[in-house]
Design a binder for this molecule. Structure first.
Ligand SMILES: [Zn+2]
Length: 173
């Protein structure tokens, strides 16, 4: 989607002061482009007593181990999206136990809603945006360096993964 042209009448958008902030507005029809972070659901899945992590195949944070996660789509709730994404990325059917955290940052265009979950079926396999899938014991979680020349989103996601893995470790010690 181009941010330069109006989605309704295709006129060039221009910055306008609205509600104390500069926002893109169409001078022809008045359309305002309100930009909101996209929600992403994440699952900390316990399977055979261990934590399921996938190796991310694509940006952000490509090559890193992280819990399965994906965008929430219209037509599903956040928990439904988490269950769907988990099955797509690691092959397991899961049930959610509880919300463990909501993560956002001003310069990042997504927000992450993380749940503790456990497997109830399916077969472990890497799918979708995952190049590998593995089980990690609480005492053996991956140590991953901060991305050196990553984007703000890479740096932030690395921090979110660290926080969620630490949380899992503390609750499964
Ligand atoms: Zn317009």
């Amino acid at each position: 989607m181009s941010l330069a042209y109006c989605q309704h009448c295709a006129a060039p958008m221009a910055p306008a002061m609205l509600g104390g902030r500069e926002r893109p507005q169409c001078p022809a029809c008045g359309f305002v482009l309100w930009r909101n972070p996209a929600p992403v659901g994440m699952a900390l899945i316990e399977h055979e007593g261990k934590l399921v992590l996938i190796r991310r195949a694509a940006a952000p944070l490509a090559g890193y181990w992280a819990p399965p996660a994906g965008y929430v789509e219209c037509g599903e709730s956040v928990p439904e999206a988490v269950v769907r994404e988990a099955e797509e990325e690691c092959g397991l059917r899961i049930e959610l136990d509880r919300l463990v955290g909501v993560h956002s940052q001003a310069d990042v265009e997504v927000l992450i809603i993380a749940y503790a979950a456990r497997s109830v079926g399916g077969t472990l396999r890497a799918g979708d945006d995952a190049s590998e899938v593995r089980l990690f014991a609480a005492g053996d979680l991956p140590q991953q360096a901060t991305p050196r020349d990553g984007t703000a989103t890479d740096q932030w996601l690395h921090g979110v993964v660290e926080t969620t893995l630490r949380h899992w470790q503390q609750t499964h010690a």
